[in-house]
Design a binder for this molecule. Structure first.
Ligand code: SAH
Ligand code: SF4
Ligand code: F3S
Length: 451
């Protein structure tokens, strides 16, 4: 089917589209889904909140671990069962789409189109020209591809994701992302600033910059780097909290740390993925830093911002990881005392350098190491959270708690979840909250009258 762009037929066609987007993966995928929703809505398509009530289903996929990929395949099973009963178009986008392209389009897969991360601006063309046909676009772009930000269908009207770069040049030996997102591409500085100003005008209170490695940001025409970007957004009235993810430790410079300290709106919070506490494992992972170099960056951050809230990612069971190397990871967790960590069992990914190493740590050992990491971290978090009981902290209220409508949920500057009681709905506002109790993963409290 080929419908002429701009025709009346096209309008009717999009009006009849009810789309549902299911998102797996990281914050960048979340933001991409918001953008994809905007591209469709701009032409008149309607967003639907259920699979059953839609005629276009888009699955935004993640390939980072074996498990992430498996999630897509079981979800796809469910979709093809629905498709047997009703007329439905299924599109797969994101990192698995880029990786498995043709395989996803195989005759009986039920999938109609596949779009890689650099091809979302083609979406409406795909729908107009190829609806009902099998279609694939997975070209990588060397240049930044701007999707106009006016139509993004954002999930939150308080806190917004703003993507500033995409792709990765680091090639950590375990990681598939450079093969799904391609090389680093930077969004023009002026486009970022415009999006942030628009968000401020629309009442947003918090922004979170996104990129696989935000620290390497650089705008070719103005020569501005990441710290210049932080300094500039810090001066935009209306936005009160600024965060960013992810930072590669190697590219995290003193200048960025200074921009964080000096920018009063930049939250004293940083996700700095460590992966392993052992220098020999870090070398095999091709991370580009040693244990001591990483710890130096932590020291720099804490010297500048004593209360900074730190989080990290940990992989256990990387090829060849010995018990001693694993103990080095436990030791560094005790030393740094992160506010939060994300920990994973290593799984080999296609195309990566580590997939050519022998995956020799037995599954049971990986499992035990993961439990040890998580148990240790849980006790650290509980201790740290207990020390906050009795304090009044600033919380950005993000909405009612799902479980109890008298309780509100938000985050503090350190990006911790805070659930609190309030007689008044404070959604979208900053509030002083007295912390009265805690668990390892969240703080509980009640609205206070002042700080
Ligand atoms: N760009 C970010 C995040 C990449 S993916 C960064 O550089 O940190 C998020 C996390 O998934 C990684 O930090 C890593 O801890 C984990 N991860 C990536 N590949 C993995 C693999 N093959 N097995 C297990 N965990 C993996
Ligand atoms: Fe993957 Fe490493 Fe790039 Fe992060 S920095 S996306 S872990 S290759
Ligand atoms: Fe997953 Fe791709 Fe993000 S692999 S973690 S969705 S960049």
């Amino acid at each position: 089917m080929n419908i002429e762009a701009g025709s009346e037929k096209k309008q009717v066609y999009f009006k009849n589209l009810k789309f549902y987007i299911h998102t797996f993966g990281c914050q960048m995928n979340e933001n991409d889904s918001e953008r994809i929703g905007g591209i469709l809505a701009q032409e008149g398509a309607q967003k639907s909140n259920s699979l059953e009530n839609s005629n276009l289903i888009i699955v935004n996929t993640c390939a980072v671990r074996q498990k992430s990929e498996e999630k897509l395949f079981s979800f796809l099973g469910r979709l093809t069962r629905i498709k047997k009963r009703k007329n439905l178009i299924i599109g797969i986008v994101g990192c698995v789409a880029q990786l498995h392209r043709a395989q996803l389009l195989e005759k009986n897969s039920g999938v109609d189109f596949v779009l890689g991360p650099d091809n979302y601006s083609d979406l409406n063309q795909v729908i107009l020209k190829h609806f009902g046909e099998k279609f694939m676009a997975t070209r990588w772009s060397r240049e930044w591809k701007e999707i106009p930000s006016e139509h993004i269908l954002r999930k939150s009207d308080i806190s917004a994701f703003v993507t500033i770069m995409e792709g990765c040049n680091n090639f950590c030996s375990y990681c598939i992302v450079p093969f799904t997102r391609g090389r680093e591409k930077f969004r023009p500085f002026s486009n970022i600033i415009k999006e942030v100003r628009d968000l401020a005008d629309n009442g947003y209170k918090e922004i979170q910059f996104l990129g696989q490695n935000v620290n390497s940001y650089g705008d070719a025409s103005s020569g501005k780097d990441f710290s210049a970007l932080l300094r500039e957004v810090n001066s935009i009235p209306g936005i009160e909290w600024i965060r960013f993810i992810t930072s590669h430790p190697t590219n995290f410079t003193q200048d960025i740390a200074l921009a964080m300290k000096e920018g009063e709106k930049i939250c004293p919070q940083l996700h700095l993925p460590l992966q392993s506490g052992s220098s020999s494992v870090l070398r095999r992972m091709n991370r580009g830093y040693t244990r001591d170099e990483y710890l130096e960056k932590i020291k720099l951050l804490r010297d500048l911002m004593p209360g900074i809230s730190l989080s990290t990612d940990i992989i256990v069971g990387f090829p060849g990881e010995t018990e001693k190397e694993f103990q080095d990871t436990l030791k560094i967790l005790e030393e740094v005392r992160y506010t939060n960590i994300f920990s994973f069992r290593y799984s080999p990914r296609p195309l990566t350098a580590a997939s050519r190493m022998r995956d020799d740590v037995p599954f049971e050992v990986k499992k035990r190491r993961l439990i040890e990491v998580q148990e240790l971290q849980k006790s650290i978090q509980l201790e740290k959270n207990e020390s906050m009981v009795g304090r009044v902290i600033k919380v950005l209220c993000l909405g009612k708690s799902k479980k109890n409508p008298q309780v509100f949920s938000g985050r503090n500057e350190g990006f911790q979840v805070v659930n609190f009681k309030s007689p008044k709905d404070l959604t979208g506002e900053f509030a002083p909250v007295l912390i009265t109790s805690c668990g390892p993963h969240s703080l509980q409290g009640e609205k206070a009258n002042n700080y």
